[in-house]
Design a protein around this ligand. Structure first.
Ligand code: AMP
Ligand code: MG
Length: 318
């Protein structure tokens, strides 16, 4: 039974084990954020570079404020969009009990309050903040269904609390809120326009203003690693040519002479497209296809987040 699984999962978290749980964005691979050894196991299970810090998941704003310092704008955003698919990066409260493995030694911390009912019950039962990246091998496509988790991580996923397909289907919008002007580190379903309506000026990620990690020799913000969300076969975005041996991932109405394999949204609905993106990328990442051609997605509103993920999954997106 689901309720039993939630309680079992919470018990395992308290014992320092890994537990995979559903959220509205994607499935998360969770561990007790206060337990160093448990958190190390997340990095090992995913093969994730340790300079790439984790998001902690909590049940309410009061709990969030035990670990992060919220300025006025952060509070406004929290009140507007939590619980929901938004992560806030705020100043870490220096002596809080969160493992330094979670924050990779940064003086900021990424926090989210999910809205998914199972995730909320689970977090409540854990009674401790849960550090959780997406439940997939590092650099690969995130999991929006329990079966993707098994495919991607196998036994390494720990105990899996099974839920439905993740409704949003894209990872949370990450907003850096430790300084005066909020900066979007990772676009998501909560768009720049949505954020700006609450706090006024918002800027897009700018490596000159925010860079904490190194990839190759280049400083990048966490969340901006170039290759991410990648299928095994090459993917080309904004495709206008459709070679025979390539799978075609369409969007909107398509002319009859193109052989469409899957369509993200026939009616051209970006919310629907976002929720299907990772599932469809996985389905097409199979024999006998030699690559995936993805039709252009309008780069506005939620389309910005979809194109961001496609860019980092693709051969031609930078
Ligand atoms: P995921 O690995 O899919 O769960 O995504 C978590 C994202 O949050 C990663 O891209 C991290 O780099 C980012 N993140 C976590 N903590 C911080 C932080 N303190 N500052 C900036 N980004 C962060
Ligand atoms: Mg991830």
């Amino acid at each position: 039974m689901l309720e039993d699984d939630i309680l079992k999962g919470a018990e395992l978290i308290k014992q320092g084990k890994l537990v995979t749980f559903p959220t509205e964005t994607v499935y998360g691979l969770g561990a007790d954020a206060k337990n160093d050894r448990a958190v190390v196991n997340i990095y090992t299970a995913k093969g994730r570079p340790t300079f790439n810090p984790l998001i902690i998941h909590v049940t309410d704003l009061e709990e969030a404020q035990k670990y992060g310092e919220f300025n006025e704008k952060a509070l406004k955003l929290a009140e507007k969009f939590w619980p929901g698919p938004m992560t806030l990066v705020v100043k870490r409260i220096p002596n809080c009990k969160i493992s330094y493995m979670v924050t990779s030694g940064l003086d900021t911390i990424a926090i989210r309050i999910p809205s998914h009912e199972i995730a909320r019950k689970f977090l409540k039962a854990c009674g401790t903040p849960v550090a959780a990246p997406s439940a997939n091998a590092s650099g690969r496509v995130s999991s929006t269904k329990a079966e993707h988790v098994r495919e991607s991580l196998g036994e390494k996923a720990g105990f899996i609390i099974e839920g439905d397909k993740s409704q949003v289907g894209l990872e949370s919008t990450i907003i850096y809120c430790a300084k005066d002007v909020p900066m979007i580190l990772r676009p998501g379903i909560i768009t720049l326009e949505d954020i700006s309506a609450v706090v006024g000026e918002v800027v897009k990620y700018d490596p000159d203003k925010y860079a904490t990690a190194i990839e190759g020799n280049k400083p990048v913000a966490p969340g901006q690693l170039k290759t991410h969300y990648s299928p095994r076969i090459p993917l080309f975005m904004n495709a206008t040519e459709f070679p025979e041996e390539f799978a075609v991932l369409a969007f909107g109405k398509v002319s009859d002479d193109i052989h469409v394999d899957l369509n993200l949204s026939e009616s051209g609905d970006l919310v629907e497209a976002a929720s299907n993106l990772f599932d469809y990328m996985r389905r097409l990442d199979t024999f006998p296809f030699k690559g995936i051609s993805v039709m252009p997605i309008p780069n506005e509103g939620i389309g910005v987040a979809i194109n961001d993920r496609l860019k980092r999954a693709s051969q031609n997106g930078f």
